[in-house]
Design a protein around this ligand. Structure first.
Ligand SMILES: [Ca+2]
Length: 389
């Protein structure tokens, strides 16, 4: 195994990025719009229709098989980049036939904020029935189990890729990055299932990397954001990051501390081995202009009102948060709704975000967080990494 990062080597490293859809990290989603059958692909601009035959059409497997062919046909003189985006574990959670009976005893975790009332939270969180009716609980347990079943095909995908790289003698010169696009909840604050909230279960995602210079089984505590993926991939490719304007920063030096001669693009905070002290979380809510026919009493402006007419989104479920980690382990969020609602959590004393402490904290702290939020929302490039203020 190589002990050096890519830029020390003569041949640049290969990169494989696996991006699962809706895989959380907090609620055990780690054991991956999605359709598993009956979809249309654009293959180099050409429409390709698919049916519902497992061997031919199951999308997770098809993405793997095409990637394996690509690796077989590659030019060994040149490094490659492969990105695989399986549908798993997004709804409708269609597992491969051989996995449809797996995890039959598994249920969603009942700890943390599961089925806790969201009474001091923004208006959408004050609507769900609490405690949840058994129909909602049955529904979310089934969803949780099926999500795991679909991820078994993603496990197969990762194993087959590693085996192929090994056969091709490229394993030691390839970075494999595994991550997801958003988290997920099953019953938290009595919301049956979805992913559009500001709490840790919806914003924290898995990120696992193997590759040259990375010691196995190590966990970095410094937070990494999705905006850091592109600069990291460019950095692995040997690209000089000072030539581009990007809000994120490469986390390659954190993973490969053995590399000493960093370029000017490396953020000082990473050089010192400390994390960024705060970061931005944003979401723009979506709602339908007309009432949901299944839930006419709810009126317009809502979305995803299922099961039991609990809505998971609304046009004004629009928020921006500062997550602060250095002096305070806090989350501060502002909503663009008629209440201009604010939520504040102390993640040290309240890791499950059960109590909104907005009325208890010093107003000067709220003001400082508001100013920080305005800066983060308008920053570009280097100014997003200016942590001196
Ligand atoms: Ca997603």
């Amino acid at each position: 195994m190589s002990t050096r990062c890519s830029r020390c080597q003569t041949k640049p490293s290969n990169i494989i990025l696996i991006l699962a859809d809706d895989q959380d990290v907090q609620l055990g989603g780690l054991v991956g719009n999605s359709q598993y059958y009956n979809y249309t692909l654009s293959v180099n601009g050409k429409e390709e229709l698919h049916g519902d035959i497992y061997e031919k059409d199951y999308l997770t497997d098809l993405i793997l098989n095409r990637s394996l062919h690509f690796l077989d046909d590659r030019s060994p003189q040149h490094p490659f980049f492969v990105m695989l985006s399986p549908p798993a574990p997004h709804s409708p959670w269609t597992a491969a036939p051989q996995y449809q009976k797996s995890f039959s005893d598994v249920k969603a975790p009942r700890d943390g904020s599961f089925d806790k009332p969201g009474k001091d939270k923004h208006w959408l969180l004050r609507q769900p029935l609490n405690p949840m009716p058994s129909s909602s609980v049955d529904f979310l347990d089934n969803a949780y189990r099926k999500r795991w079943q679909t991820l078994l095909s993603v496990d197969d995908m990762v194993a087959a890729l590693v085996q192929k790289l090994d056969e091709l003698k490229e394993l030691d010169n390839t970075y494999i990055i595994y991550t997801s696009d958003n988290g997920y909840h099953t019953g938290q604050f009595s919301l049956p299932i979805d992913k559009r909230q500001l709490y840790d279960f919806d914003i924290r995602i898995p990120l696992m990397v193997r590759g040259p210079g990375i010691k196995p089984q190590q966990t970095l505590q410094a937070p990494v954001l999705n905006i850091d993926l592109a600069p990291t991939i460019l950095d692995i490719s040997g690209f000089n990051l000072s030539h581009v304007t990007m809000d994120g920063q490469s986390f390659l030096p954190q993973m490969c501390p053995s590399v000493s001669a960093h370029g000017p693009n490396e953020a000082p905070s990473l050089r010192n081995g400390t994390a960024r002290p705060y970061f931005l979380v944003e979401y723009t809510g979506e709602g339908h202009p007309s009432p949901d026919p299944a839930c006419p009493k709810l009126g317009p402006g809502l979305a995803h009102c299922f099961p039991d007419c609990v809505c998971e989104d609304a046009y004004n479920n629009t928020y921006a948060c500062v997550r602060s980690l250095a002096e305070y382990n806090l989350q501060y969020c502002e909503f663009a709704d008629s209440e201009s609602f604010v939520e504040v959590y102390n993640l040290t004393s309240d890791p499950h975000q059960l109590e909104n402490i907005v009325k208890k904290v010093d107003p000067t702290l709220l003001q400082a967080m508001n100013q920080r939020l305005i800066k983060l929302q308008s920053c570009v490039g280097d100014s997003c990494r200016d942590t001196t203020k």
